[in-house]
Design a protein. Sequence first.
Length: 113
Amino acid sequence: MPGKQRARALRRDATQAERRLWRHLRDRQMRGHKLRRQHPIGPYVVDFVCMEKRLVIELDGGHHACRADSDESRTRKLEAFGFRVLRFWNHEALNETDGVLRRILEILESEPG
């Protein structure tokens, strides 16, 4: 499935953790930083991205524990495209939302980008 179609499907079928985080990231709520969700970058569709700051935010569910090598490879390739990658577990986004948001804002407000 091409990137745009896959991104639309992923937005429609967002996880509970993605929905919760998006409520706080959308509409420039992070001190004016524009974030997009389920956005294609190269061959990947990333969970969230701030294009201006070149920051990708990925939420990983339990199935990612078995895919650590694949996730690491994906991170390296996104970094090769010039992006910084932040990863959080779904349970962090659900149970420690404020801490996750503070970390995202800290990185957004740092220099690179």
